[in-house]
Design a protein around this ligand. Structure first.
Ligand code: FE2
Ligand code: FE2
Length: 159
């Protein structure tokens, strides 16, 4: 749950950064809307983490700053790449959530329902990005994003 919480910190920071650097109003609105839902996810994961007696990642401020910068950078590349980045992020998040859902004990119904709802929202964010003209990212960019996500998830698992 700490990893999910850290992921939502990154997601809101990315989309806030992308919204700041977006060109068209419709893209900025969609990014802000997605960022707001990530803030909601953040609140859910934070509450669940508390209920489970866990603690937040110590590196969250660092991840927030890094993700915000990356979001601004993605936004500067132009709307279609920024939206492409969002769509790919959400696809990777969905895959991560699927992996996590398969590991959650059946008795943890609350976490299960929460992650299922997050998955629905993330898929919606990806669809919105595609509808607004997301470009398909080149394979090396996707691979770099997977690597960054792996560093984040592994680090947050322990720290
Ligand atoms: Fe989310
Ligand atoms: Fe999302």
């Amino acid at each position: 749950m700490r990893v999910n919480h850290c992921g939502e910190i990154c997601a809101q920071a990315l989309y806030q950064g992308q919204a700041l650097a977006s060109r068209h109003a419709s893209v900025g609105d969609a990014l802000r809307e997605a960022a707001d839902e990530e803030v909601e996810h953040l609140a859910w994961t934070e509450r669940r983490l508390e209920e489970l007696g866990g603690r937040k990642s110590l590196l969250n401020p660092l991840w927030y700053a890094g993700a915000l910068s990356m979001g601004i950078l993605a936004g500067r590349l132009g709307d279609k790449w920024s939206l492409g980045f969002l769509a790919e992020t959400e696809r990777q998040v969905e895959a991560h959530l699927d992996g996590h859902l398969s590991k959650i004990p059946a008795r943890d119904q609350r976490s299960w329902e929460m992650l299922e709802q997050m998955k629905v929202d993330e898929a919606k964010h990806a669809r919105t990005a595609v509808r607004l003209g997301a470009a398909e990212l080149p394979a090396p960019a996707k691979a770099a994003m997977k690597l960054a996500a792996r560093v984040m998830t592994r680090t947050a698992y322990y720290l």
